[in-house]
Design a protein around this ligand. Structure first.
Ligand SMILES: C[S@@+](CC[C@H](N)C(=O)[O-])C[C@H]1O[C@@H](n2cnc3c(N)ncnc32)[C@H](O)[C@@H]1O
Length: 283
């Protein structure tokens, strides 16, 4: 579990700290365009505290000074704020549900467009490519993997993941309904598993910020898991508008296991397709 997934009420923030954080986030926004002003305060605060510890500065305002006077420092905070925890076939039961319930409804489409929003280092995207390959759908699929963080997208493009993680990923793959031997999909060196380039053929990775960028296509499936959990309610509403606009009629929206559409205004525009796995269908 991501150690940063904290309860909103767990950390008390006083007025001064809140003001300093407001100013820091405003500074980052004005100087870089990255907008963290509506991220969950508790989680942002946790990261700011870590950074203060590393930089050995006593106040948030000192970080703001660095943001203003040392342009490269914004990238450091951007990496701090973008939590990249992910794994292949994460929550295998979700992938099982996708394979057994959603895939049959996609089979007859001439082209299948899937958007992984907030894809981190790409493990989720490669999992989907493998699943679609096994269902004979990869050829007609276009999988868009986007994230706000360019650095991690560079990693995603390589499709190579630490060898030490393959044991766990193999277990996930099998639980998710995988039908082959997982090791068929990669070759190894002493450190990494390199996934076959045939899997990458229909994957497009590029930078997209859910807070500030617009819709860029119409999708049959949008998968945005373990991202909205870091946004406040207002920002979640905004991003759900973006997803609604970007989904085809009858398209599927999948969220993470701690996320729900129930409390957003757009909830009425969806049916719960698989409530246990947070898979919704646009009506
Ligand atoms: C915890 S990871 C989730 C990865 C993957 N979806 C999964 O469930 O395993 C969250 C990702 O969301 C990305 N993210 C955070 N804010 C974002 C935004 N405004 N726009 C796009 N991606 C964002 C982060 O950079 C990070 O890579």
């Amino acid at each position: 579990m991501d150690p940063y997934e904290v309860n909103e009420h767990e950390i008390e923030l006083d007025e001064t700290k809140n003001l300093e954080i407001d100013l820091l986030l405003q500074g980052i926004y004005q100087l870089s365009g990255y907008d963290f002003r509506q991220y969950m305060r508790s989680s942002i605060w946790r990261r700011i505290k870590n950074r203060m510890r590393v930089e050995k500065v006593p106040t948030v305002t000192r970080l703001l000074e660095k943001v203003i006077h040392e342009p490269a420092f914004i990238k450091v905070l951007l990496d701090d704020f973008s939590i990249n925890v992910t794994e292949m076939f994460r929550d295998p039961h979700f992938f099982y549900s996708f394979r057994t319930k959603v895939v049959p409804l996609l089979k007859d489409l001439p082209e299948i467009r899937i958007w992984h929003a907030g894809c981190s280092t790409g493990e989720e995207v490669f999992s989907m490519a493998i699943l679609l390959h096994e269902e004979n759908l990869l050829e007609k699929a276009k999988i868009y993997g986007t994230d706000m963080n360019e650095n991690i997208l560079e990693k995603a493009k390589h499709g190579m993941f630490p060898l030490g993680k393959m044991q766990n990923y193999t277990k996930n793959y099998l639980k998710s309904g995988g039908t082959h031997s997982f090791s068929e999909y990669y070759t190894t060196d002493h450190k990494y598993a390199h996934f076959h380039s045939a899997l990458k053929k229909n994957i497009i990775f590029f930078q997209h910020n859910l807070v500030t960028d617009r819709s860029f296509n119409e999708f049959h499936v949008i998968i945005c898991r373990n991202v909205l959990i870091y946004f406040n309610t207002n920002l979640q509403q905004q991003v759900h508008e973006l997803f609604y606009e970007s989904l085809c009629p009858n398209g599927f929206l999948a969220l993470g296991d701690k996320e729900t559409i129930r409390f957003v205004t757009r909830a009425d525009s969806y049916i719960e397709f698989d409530a246990a796995e947070q898979i919704y269908r646009k009506v």
